[in-house]
Design a binder for this molecule. Structure first.
Ligand code: NAD
Length: 240
């Protein structure tokens, strides 16, 4: 088991990529705290704790970290994954309220989680962080202004963490999924999804589990010399 005796926090764990990671990390031996606004479906594994919280609230992160350290003694892994597209609008047409809401979730949520967990990892002189960006945080895309900006910022923030905290033996990497069959994607306009699948060399949607495996690799000791980089899981889309 690749995460035996590890303690992991995963945001956006109730569904989609986050849920697949919560289940996979627990299968690999980790004790996992799944964070989400709400958890409708129970997890089967005993080592999974569901925590209802909002990742855009720093005080909720601080309370969570206090709880996890109280219960488990430390935090080995942070997978900052909660996020949403939120709007496909470009710079001129996006509602300001949408812009701020998307930046708050996709970027500030990652910043808050990282800030809350860092002191624990520094004290332990060990830790691994994985942050979910997107292929649209790796290469440009037209429209989708707030999402692309937030996800590119996550990529950069991850490198900042890697470079600032390497001295504390804390690793930080970003993952960049392409088009993945999650509730978020299933809820969007079908023609938009089909268009992206048509442009994907492997010719299909990725699965949440395929993305979770990439996060598992980066979070595990298999990636012990990997920090400050990114892993693209996009069926070849950005190789073109
Ligand atoms: N599905 C894709 O094609 C795709 C592609 C690239 C990147 N991503 C990224 O992957 C991550 C997961 O996406 P997904 O497709 O699994 O989405 P999803 O909507 O299926 O799951 C996201 C989860 O995050 C939770 N969440 C949203 N706001 C929250 C908040 N304020 N506090 C706590 N939890 C919150 C949601 O409730 C949901 O359960 C996101 O960051 C997304 O941007 C997804």
């Amino acid at each position: 088991m690749r995460l035996a005796n590890k303690v992991a926090i995963i945001s956006g764990g109730a569904r989609g990529i986050g849920r697949a990671a919560v289940e996979l990390f627990a299968e690999e031996g980790a004790t996992v705290y799944s964070l989400d606004l709400s958890h409708e479906d129970e997890f089967a594994q005993e080592r999974i704790h569901s925590v209802d919280m909002d990742v855009t609230q720093l005080e909720q992160w601080n309370a969570l970290v206090e709880r996890v350290v109280g219960e488990q003694g430390t935090i080995d892994i942070l997978f900052n994954n909660a996020g949403a597209v939120g709007s496909y609008e470009g710079i001129e047409t996006i509602e300001l309220e949408d812009w701020h809401r998307i930046i708050d979730l996709n970027l500030n949520g990652v910043f808050y989680g990282t800030r809350a967990v860092l002191p624990v990892m520094k004290k332990a002189h060990a830790g691994a962080m994985v942050h979910t960006s997107s292929m649209w945080g790796y290469v440009g895309a037209s429209g989708v202004s707030a999402y692309t900006a937030s996800k590119a910022a996550v990529r950069s923030l991850s490198k900042n963490v890697a470079l600032t905290y390497a001295q504390f033996n804390i690793r930080s990497n970003s993952i960049h999924p392409g088009i993945i069959g999650t509730p978020m994607v299933m809820a969007q306009d079908e023609s938009l999804t089909q268009d992206l699948v048509d442009k994907t060399p492997l010719g299909r949607l990725g699965t949440p589990r395929e993305v979770a495996h990439a996060a598992l690799f980066l979070a595990s000791d298999d990636a012990s010399y990997i920090t400050g980089t990114e892993l693209v899981i996009d069926g070849g889309s950005t190789a073109q």
